[in-house]
Design a binder for this molecule. Structure first.
Ligand code: 0RA
Length: 629
């Protein structure tokens, strides 16, 4: 009778269960499962780098679908392991759950489906060759479907250290065994960002891609921010390591209203955040609040900045390394659940507070930016409430006084023209078809402020009138069925000021009435800039180029050119003929693919000049020549 020690029993179990039920170990045998094999080996190499033993990893994709991962780490141990008479390497590749490092004190990369052990990779490979360079020699062993096909062989002398694993996924298990270079490049880039100094080189199809970021996640932030302006020259960066936790974070603020926080645990993306991200959020909120409070920077009317105010415009990466078992939660295992909130919070809070105090002018810039968010939040809420009140009243009582409504109540027939100023309003009133066309003049000057923010626009009485006229209300009171016009048409002058007002109105619609854009109700009218009279023939031109084109086409025929100063100066007959009449006009439908994307684009373009923005929007809009199809 032989007595087995527990670890020996594992050896005897072999890898049959893995081949029988691969899904239990790698999720599935689809492309995702296939790539888990590669991630497993790669993670082990990255682990060597993480612990300071390796600085270069090379991944080579071969034409025959095999892949080679080579690192310059310590090399897999090849000495006999305990009393099994087998090398440590063989145990590692043929025994379940022997993955990870034998010793203690290493940070294990074992999130979700990762860390299943290299034996799983071996079990699901038609062929796997492992080579270890250590103790002066190259040692290698070959396996097939989880079983050794050679003994551990001592090869040529080797002075350097490292591991090379080459494997080809088993066609009996995987319907497709070809790796996707794009996925591998993405993974390589992100691992290189998260492990500063680590060089990852990917060879695929005669191409070489090298990923190497000496400043790690700070470089990552720079990449995310790209050309956009920031409030800081370089990201704030902290790295902190103690026995149980290693934490690394880099972040900066931008003027944009978007927030981007990317969190990772042991280099694995935690899409749904979790304990580390919560700690991070608490930490920066506390630090910023302390800074603002100490210096009494809060203006009247604001009692506190909220976490959302603090995070507006923030671009951040947080990466924690935990020892031992890492707990992930949620449907996709995208949330970290190990209890580290208060530790992360303390580190972020104290280091950021210190940093702000040491860099006061930057501290003030950041504080002001955050206070501005708070002010915008409060103003926006007040404006929304005002609009809501007004909308409710006008529904019961009357529509805005400035509105010249149309006679019809048939939504499909009814059109609302928004024009700039009372004089344009006057001529459009003359030019319109009273039955179906309503006119709402908006005072352009109020809108035409260089820094007109959405809050200001929303606080503008005439914008509030516009919302009442549309009838739908906004925000949570929005009701599509209450829309009063099938077409809402922005009609501004054909000059730069007109373009500016048009852009602001578009932004307003994107932000507050995106449904109208999504459902195709928003249009831009195209008033001409020139009228060219050539005898009996009459031409209109929208632009200078068009005018020149027309004149060229006249071949010297005598003609008269008139330039319209604005809609207000345009004779009603011209305005009707060219811009408003359903029969002869052409409109641009504002039909951006998604309102959300549009709003982002607009806010990005908000800083640039009006003409540029308008051109951009025009280019993206669809041109609708014949509307009544
Ligand atoms: C077990 C123990 C040690 C290193 C490794 C495994 C190891 C595994 C892989 C997989 C790919 N590259 C790797 N590099 C190392 C520690 C060895 C020691 O203490 O010297």
């Amino acid at each position: 009778m032989t007595k087995y020690r527990s670890e020996d029993i594992q050896v005897l179990e072999g890898l049959e269960p893995v081949r029988k039920r691969p899904g239990m170990y790698i999720g599935s045998t689809s492309s995702t499962g296939l790539h888990h094999l590669l991630w497993e080996i790669l993670d082990n190499s990255v682990d060597e780098a993480l612990n300071g033993h390796c600085d270069t990893i090379e991944v080579t994709l071969e034409k025959d679908h095999s892949v080679t991962i080579k690192d310059n780490g310590r090399g897999i141990p090849v000495d006999e392991y305990r009393k099994t008479k087998k090398s440590a390497m063989e145990i590692l590749f043929t025994t379940l759950h022997s993955g990870g490092k034998f010793g203690q004190g290493n940070y294990k990369v074992s999130g979700g489906l990762h860390g299943v052990g290299m034996a799983v990779v071996c079990a699901l490979s038609e062929n796997l060759v492992a080579t270890s360079r250590r103790d002066g020699f190259e040692w290698s062993q070959t396996y097939s479907r989880g079983k050794p096909t050679t003994k551990l062989q001592k090869g040529k002398a080797a002075r350097n250290y490292g591991t090379t694993v080459c494997f080809k996924a088993d066609g009996q298990i995987f319907p497709k065994t070809e790796f996707n270079p794009k996925l591998i490049l993405e993974r390589a880039e992100s691992k290189a960002f998260l492990n500063k100094g680590l060089k990852i080189i990917v060879y695929e199809n005669n191409n070489t891609h090298e990923f190497h970021y000496p400043d790690g996640i700070q470089d990552y932030i720079k990449k995310i921010v790209g050309q956009k302006t920031t409030l800081m020259e370089k990201p704030f960066y902290v790295e902190k390591e103690d026995k149980l936790l290693r934490l690394e974070t880099a972040f900066l603020w931008t003027p944009s209203t978007d927030t981007q926080i990317l969190s990772f645990a042991n280099s694995i993306r935690t899409i749904d955040g979790g304990t580390h991200e919560n700690g991070f959020r608490n930490g920066i909120t506390k630090a910023v609040r302390t800074y603002i409070d100490r210096r009494k920077l809060l203006p009247k009317g604001i009692t506190a900045v909220t976490g959302d105010d603090v995070r507006e415009g923030l671009v951040a990466i947080i990466n924690v390394y935990l020892q031992g078992e890492v707990e992930f939660q949620g449907q996709t295992k995208g949330r970290l659940n190990s209890e580290i909130t208060s530790q992360v919070e303390a580190v972020v809070n104290h280091t950021l507070e210190h940093y702000l105090n040491e860099n006061q002018s930057l501290g003030n810039t950041i504080a002001n930016r955050i206070i501005l968010s708070a002010q915008a939040r409060i103003a926006s809420r007040q404006a929304k409430e005002a609009v809501q009140r007004k909308t409710n009243i006008s529904h019961r009582l009357n529509l805005p006084g400035k509105l010249s409504d149309c006679a019809t109540t048939d939504k499909d027939q009814a059109e609302l023209f928004i024009c700039e100023g009372d004089s344009a309003g006057g001529s459009s009133k003359q030019a319109r078809d009273r039955k179906t066309q309503a006119i709402l003049p908006i005072r352009g000057k109020i809108l035409n402020v260089e820094t007109a923010t959405m809050t200001k626009i929303l606080a503008n009485t005439e914008i509030q009138n516009l919302i009442s006229a549309c009838g739908t209300g906004i925000g949570n009171k929005f009701d599509y069925n209450k829309l009063r016009y099938g077409k809402v048409i922005i009609m501004t002058d054909a000059d730069v000021d007109g373009a500016h007002i048009c852009t602001l109105l578009l932004t307003f619609f994107y932000r507050y009435l995106p449904e109208l854009i999504e459902k195709g109700h928003l249009f831009i009218a195209q008033p001409p800039l020139y009228r060219i009279d050539a005898g009996k023939k009459l031409f209109y031109a929208l632009t200078d180029e068009e005018k020149d084109e027309i004149i060229k086409g006249l071949n010297g025929t005598s003609h008269e050119i008139g330039r319209f100063k604005g809609l207000g100066e345009m004779p009603a007959s011209d305005l009707r003929e060219t811009t408003m009449s359903k029969k002869s006009r052409s409109l641009i439908r504002v039909g951006l693919r998604s309102a959300e994307q549009a709003s982002k684009t607009v806010s990005e373009l908000m800083g640039k000049n009006a003409e540029f923005r308008f051109k951009f929007i025009k280019e993206k809009a669809e041109f609708v020549k014949d509307l009544d199809v």
